[in-house]
Each structure stands twice: as structure tokens, then as C-alpha cells.
Design a protein around this ligand. Structure first.
Ligand SMILES: [Fe+2]
Ligand SMILES: [Fe+2]
Length: 363
């Protein structure tokens, strides 16, 4: 592992300097003061109270001193396609170990970057939502997301390094941050990105063999379940009061955001030639990309698919679409667009409700 570590540290500093003009931009959101400081006495206030009680300090709570061997599977072998590929089994032992550590770090880096996006969207909601209780709640979410950035950065660096953000995820969060009203920020983050995260954290919690990662995801997931609940509890009555054309505008925004995700095909795998981070993983492990993608195609022909194993949560089907449906954003007009895009509509909220309880579950 030693040499790979040195090489990857050199690679990481090279991409980290590479901030582009697209990374700094103006947001069109309005700032809203409010002088009505009465608490709402409803579910949002309840979530605020829970958020205050459930704050945690990762320095005290998580066993950072624990020995984590990055070459041991951090995610259960059987639950990812790579470890089932015949190609993978032909690699040298050290390449297999490097690949396990680096591909996991690349996946977890996406959570890390997503958490930074969540930190900024929560701050946007804090300053633009006109309701006092929602403002206070959004401030707690901002602190939660800061903690999530901290723990994922620390874990990625512990096992390998931080990898660049995938293009589709940047596009999705930028579309959210560049939107012109707080309702869209909450749709993009509290319903879509956090639906994605909650499903992924739940699956990771269930499959990881690393105790540190298990405890980390458990605590992050408990925070995320509040964030998803907030999206519902606050937005449902707000949307119910909006004129029809504004509801359609929000429904269109939700559809576009889901479509970014659906066209990226991210549900099952992160391996892609268009993802510079994944190509960097192969380079850091001395794996030839042509050999790797030929191996992936061979595995797929043999029926080793990217489908999630039974019991795993499917974020789009089980969490995001039911969340969009229950706040009234699957309007008759927008349903046609989902159908045209080939995105099956699922509205059963049972798994979503269960996950809002803050505990890991099986589908
Ligand atoms: Fe988070
Ligand atoms: Fe969150």
C-alpha cells in the first residue's frame, strides 16, 4: 500500500489546486428577514428540538484511533460488482487491495462533496426562508452538514485520499444552488440529494465490515433522516398554498433534477470512463483502463449485473419519488415527462416513512 499512497497524494494535490471559474458564482436567492419569532408548534418545531438534542461531536463519539486496514474490504465483497468480476480475481493481490481502498475512497469522496453542497444549501435555506422556525431548523441542518463534511474528509484520508467530484453530482447540486427560490433548494437537497444519500448510507451501514465506517454512517444517517423529514413537513403546506403555475414550476424543477440523476445511471455503480475520479482510481492502482472496462463488459455478459442485492434500498424508487409525490409535485402534466424519460413512477411511502424514523432498515 505504501507506494500507492505516495503516488495518490501527489495526484490529489494536483487536482485540488484545479478550481475553475464555474466553482465560484452568484446565487439569485432573496434574503428574507422575519420579525415573527413565535415558534410554529408543529412538526418543524419538533424537528428543531430533536436536532438540538441529537447534536454529536465526532471527536468524542467515533473511534478514530481504531486500526482500519484500507486493503480489507470496507464494503462487503459480495455487494459490489467489482469483486464479483472474473477480471478482478486475475489482478495481483496488491492491485486488488489498492483497488478496494481507492474505489471505496472515490465513492465516499462523492458523499464528502455532496455534504459540502448540503452545507451550502442549508445555509441558503437559513437566509431565504421567511418562516422563523424553519430558519432555526435550517441553521441546525447547516451544523449537521458541517459535521458530515468533517467526518467524511477524515475517513477518506484515513483509507486513501479524497477524489474529485463526479460531474453529474456537481451538475445536480449546482442546479439546486443556482435556483431562484428556497423551495427549489429544499426540493433539490432535502428531497432528492438527501434521498440519494439516505439510501446509500443505509446500504453502506448494512454491508460495511469496518466498525468505524459503520458508526460513522449510523450517526450521519440519523441526522439525514431529520433533513428529509424537514423537506416534507415544511414544504407540503407551503406547496399546497401556491398557485397552480408556481406548483408546475416546482414540479418541473424536481423532474429536471431527478432526470440528471436518472441519466447518470448512478444507482448501481460509479465506474465510468467519463468520470475523471474513477479513471484516477485505475491509474493509482496500475490497472489499464481498457482491460478494466473489457472486464466489466465481460462480467455483464455473464449476468454479473449492477443491480442492488435484495434488501438494499433503491434511492430513486423507495425514497425520492415517493417524497416528490407526497408534497404534490407529481402533477398530471409532469407525469407525462417522467414517462417519456423512462423513469417509472413509484409513490409507495412505506420505506421513506420507516427511514425517517432514523434507524437502518432492509427493503
Ligand atoms: Fe449530510
Ligand atoms: Fe443532510
Amino acid at each position: 500500500m505504501e507506494m500507492t499512497q505516495d503516488k495518490s497524494n501527489a495526484t490529489v494535490s494536483a487536482w485540488m489546486r484545479d478550481q475553475t471559474p464555474e466553482d465560484i458564482y452568484k446565487a439569485p436567492l432573496e434574503i428574507a428577514w422575519t420579525f415573527d419569532y413565535f415558534m410554529s408548534g408543529d412538526k418543524v418545531e419538533d424537528l428543531y428540538k430533536r436536532a438540538k438534542q441529537d447534536q454529536w461531536n465526532s471527536d468524542e463519539l467515533l473511534p478514530w484511533d481504531m486500526d482500519v486496514d484500507p486493503s480489507k474490504p470496507l464494503i462487503n465483497d459480495e455487494s459490489d460488482i467489482f469483486h464479483r468480476m472474473p477480471f478482478f480475481k486475475k489482478l495481483s493481490r496488491s492491485q486488488q487491495e489498492s483497488f478496494t481502498a481507492h474505489s471505496t475512497a472515490q465513492l465516499l469522496s462523492q458523499f464528502l462533496h455532496g455534504e459540502q453542497g448540503a452545507l451550502m444549501t442549508a445555509a441558503c435555506v437559513t437566509h431565504s426562508v421567511p418562516d422563523a422556525t424553519a430558519k432555526l431548523y435550517a441553521a441546525t441542518q447547516t451544523m449537521d452538514e458541517a459535521r458530515h463534511v468533517e467526518v467524511f474528509a477524515k475517513y477518506c484520508n484515513k483509507i486513501a485520499m479524497v477524489y474529485p467530484m463526479s460531474g453529474w453530482l456537481k451538475q445536480l447540486i449546482d442546479a439546486t444552488l443556482k435556483s431562484d427560490r428556497y423551495e427549489k433548494i429544499m426540493i433539490g437537497m432535502n428531497m432528492i440529494v438527501e434521498g440519494l444519500a439516505l439510501g446509500a448510507f443505509n446500504n453502506m451501514y448494512r454491508s460495511t465490515q469496518c466498525d468505524l465506517l459503520k458508526q460513522l454512517t449510523f450517526n450521519v444517517m440519523r441526522d439525514e433522516s431529520r433533513h428529509v423529514s424537514f423537506g416534507h413537513a415544511f414544504l407540503e403546506p407551503v406547496i399546497a398554498d401556491l398557485p397552480e403555475d408556481e406548483v408546475e414550476d416546482l414540479a418541473e424543477f424536481a423532474f429536471q433534477a431527478v432526470n440528471i440523476l436518472a441519466s447518470a445511471g448512478t444507482a448501481g455503480t460509479i465506474a465510468s470512463r467519463v468520470d475523471p475520479g474513477f479513471m484516477m482510481v485505475l491509474e493509482n492502482c496500475n490497472i489499464d483502463p481498457d482491460d478494466f472496462f473489457a472486464g466489466l463488459a465481460e462480467a455483464e455478459e455473464m449476468g454479473i449485473t449492477r443491480e442492488l442485492p435484495p434488501g438494499q434500498i433503491h434511492s430513486l424508487e423507495h425514497l425520492m419519488l415517493p417524497a416528490i409525490a407526497r408534497v404534490g409535485l407529481l402533477t398530471p402534466h409532469i407525469r407525462g415527462k417522467y414517462e417519456e424519460a423512462g423513469i417509472p413512477l413509484t409513490e409507495d411511502p412505506r420505506i421513506l416513512h420507516a427511514m425517517e424514523g432514523g434507524h437502518p432498515i432492509a427493503a
